[in-house]
Design a protein around this ligand. Structure first.
Ligand code: T1G
Length: 713
């Protein structure tokens, strides 16, 4: 048999099997790899020189990243998918039943089918390294662990801990994995192989360990008894339903698979697991989630310019941040934390700088408190952040991001001042959400190095960054900003320099429509309920309170000015800001706030706007008005060239405003509905509510020729 993926070295009775899928960035368990592994097991079993096996990866940062996701996107029927799962289970069963003990030596990502393989092994040694992550991310792809994970994990670490990982698709770092009993030993990477070989030698002599679950009293009651487990399942189910709104079938299927396995035994459990895996693998929800995975990975390599266009780039080692307010501090803290660069902040006076510095290091404090950062790392990173009330510290910065007041003249002034101190190669980014980048760059001596970096608030939590070149921005500046955004941990999309860019552009008509509905008396809680039921994390009224009503009002006015009547806001938000209501930040918004906690809707706001609150609304119609206003604007923005590809648009909507991932994004949703259907609904809405719903010409055209945003799969 020729082997391409596995290399075997036998010494003193221990076969060290190195898994290294040739030419692939990570190890995955494709059908071909699984077949080769099956042959290898036969050989190991028959080889009298082998007493035990160590399984280790030849890749630098992955053990095994799971099944080959690419492969299961090609599955067409549930039966095919169930068969695939069955085969994988059989392979794992073979490992588990092997008379010669198998030890997994784990460094790097050990995910999905990779962890399921490790679970089938008789001993697991893991490195104590941040790259080492053990998890079952399947539900994030709309499927369930299908190679025995729903069966072996709860048996190893108990139902509660297993469900905690499986239902959320979570990964655990090595330390936590050791505590849970998922890893048996924790070692420094340098001695991983030695320790694993020693374990294999021990197991070969003594036989595999007899595992008895370590349980405290709660564990005995909850994991160890049938009524206890029934309670665990009930609570888990409730939690899943409240988190997913019932839109994601996979976690519930996984829960059921664990229940079947623990109540009816492994054989029934495996059969059930494979059956549900098969059903789920071909659903639209899974297809959409998988496409998000591939889109996100593709964006990790996409600099937003044609490959090679920027020439060789120097990495950013030091940045400046102008404006030490909420945004500036968020940018500074996140840059120190994730990109580990020196960060110099500046503001007009020292008290402000001090406040900004405290807020920036506050982001690190939070990590320290949650034990995501060790004390020495905390100190090292905190020391990267400094501040002043002048530009002196900016010399040597490769990138300066300004986050000052939203005012064109002020921002132009900042750019001019920066040009006096910065080196020739430094890039100047402006964090604006409403002002055209071209206008800000217009006053610069070298506009080619100016671009927009639009962060979302709070910077340390929001995963998206929009990078906005104007017509004259150099490719080098774009690639530098995109790469730096990625180092800050963001998913970066490059978007066009039109008002609102992408995210705020499609958000504007949606929030406007919510305002118009309120003006008609619609109950705010109904609007929020409808949209969370649709799958958004929060509804539009809550979002307005979070964003800040003054900010929302100002942005809405800019968008109205730029695009005219279609984006005309109602007077509702204006009536509220006139009353001094700014949303959560001053504790007075649509909702009531007490000591920072949100309470019920504040119905007195209807009176401010001269409106009587209606007892109820037609919720289906409300959903249509809100959703289709966004879909239509997305189509208009695509036609305006705001995004480079449907992929960027959908990722921007999902990561920027929480568009429901299972729907794949607004453009994917238009494809699923069909452009003809979207146009028809928009026309109905237009008949009832006026020209703002006029379908985008591009949609009409797509409807006529049967076009789509994505190729048919
Ligand atoms: N299948 C196919 N390709 C994969 C892959 C996978 N599982 N994992 C990574 N890649 C590719 C990725 O597309 C990219 O390709 C390259 O590897 C580097 O990835 C039976 C059914 C492992 C933490 O969900 O979370 O097991 O673009 O840029 O930032 O129960 O990739 O270079 O050609 O993301 O260092 C469950 C998914 C599968 C893990 C590495 N597993 N992967 O992150 O690199 S389902 C997952 C990740 C399953 C069983 C079920 C990450 C990573 P290219 P990257 P990275």
């Amino acid at each position: 048999m020729t082997m391409t993926t596995f290399k075997v070295d036998i010494e003193s009775g221990i076969a060290v099997v190195t898994l290294d899928v040739p030419g692939a960035p990570v190890n995955t368990l494709s059908t071909a790899v699984a077949q080769e592994f099956d042959g290898l097991l036969t050989r190991m079993e028959g080889d009298p020189l082998v007493r035990a096996v160590v399984l280790i990866s030849g890749k630098p940062d992955t053990f095994i990243a799971g099944a080959d996701i690419e492969e299961f996107t090609r599955l067409r029927t549930a039966e095919e998918a169930t068969t695939l799962s069955r085969r994988a289970q059989e392979l794992m069963n073979r490992v588990a039943a092997s008379r010669k003990p198998v030890v997994a030596a784990i460094h790097g990502s050990c995910l999905g089918g990779g962890l399921e393989l490790a679970l089938a092994c008789h001993w697991r040694v893991a490195t104590d390294h941040p790259k080492t992550q053990l998890g079952l991310p399947e539900v994030q792809l709309g499927i369930i662990p299908g190679a025995g994970g729903c069966n072996r994990l709860p048996r190893l670490i108990g139902a509660r801990a297993a469900l905690d990982i499986i239902l959320a698709g979570k990964s655990e770092r090595a330390g936590k994995a050791r505590k849970l009993g998922l890893a048996d030993e924790l070692v420094h990477p340098a001695i991983l192989l030695d320790v694993a070989v020693r374990a294999a030698t021990r197991l070969a002599a003594d036989g595999p360990p007899v595992r008895k679950p370590k349980r405290d009293l709660a564990g005995m009651l909850l994991d160890g008894t049938a009524p206890g487990r029934a309670l665990v399942y009930r609570m888990a189910r409730k939690q899943v339903l409240s988190r997913t709104g019932g839109h994601y079938p996979a976690p519930l299927a996984a829960l059921e698979a664990v229940r079947v396995s623990l109540s009816r035994g492994m054989e029934a459990g495996l059969a059930y697991e494979a059956l549900r895996f098969g059903e789920l693998a071909i659903t639209d929800v899974s297809r959409n989630l998988v496409s998000i995975f591939f889109a996100t990975t593709a964006l990790k390599k996409d600099d937003g310019i044609p490959p090679g266009a920027a020439g060789k780039l120097a990495p950013v080692g030091r940045i400046g941040v102008v404006g030490a307010g909420f945004m500036g501090a968020g940018i500074a803290g996140t840059a120190a934390l994730n990109a580990e660069v020196e960060v110099r902040m500046r503001d007009a006076d020292l008290p402000r700088v001090g406040k900004g510095l405290r807020a920036a290091t506050g982001i690190l404090d939070e990590r320290l408190k949650r034990k995501r950062l060790s004390r020495p790392d905390y100190q090292r990173l905190a020391a990267l952040i400094s501040g002043a009330d002048d530009d002196t510290g900016f010399r040597g910065a490769n990138l300066v991001i300004e986050a000052v007041f939203e005012d064109l003249e002020v921002k132009r002034g900042v750019v001019k001042a920066l040009e006096q101190v910065l080196g020739n190669d430094a890039i100047i980014a402006t964090n604006t959400s409403t002002i055209p980048i071209a206008d800000i760059a217009a006053g610069a001596a070298r506009p080619d190095r100016v671009l927009g970096m639009h962060f979302f608030s709070p910077v340390e939590k929001m995963p998206l960054l929009e990078v906005i070149p104007h017509a004259g921005t150099s490719a080098r500046a774009v690639a530098t900003a995109v790469r730096f955004g990625r180092r800050m941990g963001k998913t970066v999309v490059v978007v066009g320099d039109l008002p609102g860019f992408w995210v705020n552009r499609i958000l504007t008509p949606y929030l406007n429509e919510a305002g118009i509905l309120l003006t008609e008396g619609a109950p705010m809680e109904a609007l929020d309920r409808v949209m969370t039921r649709f799958g958004f994390p929060v509804g539009p009224v809550t979002l307005l309170d979070e964003v800040g009503l003054d900010v929302a009002q100002k942005a809405a006015a800019v968008m109205h000015g730029a695009f005219g009547a279609r984006l005309a806001p109602s007077d509702f938000v204006g009536a509220m800001t006139a009353d001094g209501r700014l949303g959560r930040k001053n504790g007075r918004g649509f909702y009531r706030y007490e000591a920072g906690k949100r309470r019920g809707p504040d119905d007195s706001v209807y009176r401010l706007a001269g409106v009587t609150k209606a007892p109820n609304v037609d919720e289906r119609w409300v959903e249509r008005r809100l959703v289709y206003s966004m879909l239509n604007e997305a189509a208009l923005a695509v036609a305006d060239g705001v995004i480079r590809s449907p992929r960027d648009g959908d990722i921007g909507a999902i990561f920027g405003i929480g568009f429901p991932p299972f729907r794949g994004g607004p453009l994917r949703m238009i494809d699923s509905l069909g452009a003809a259907q979207v146009v028809r609904t928009l026309r109905e809405l237009g008949d009832a509510h006026g020209a703002r719903f006029d379908p985008a010409p591009s949609l009409i055209e797509m409807a006529e020729r049967g076009g789509r945003y994505y190729p048919e799969t």
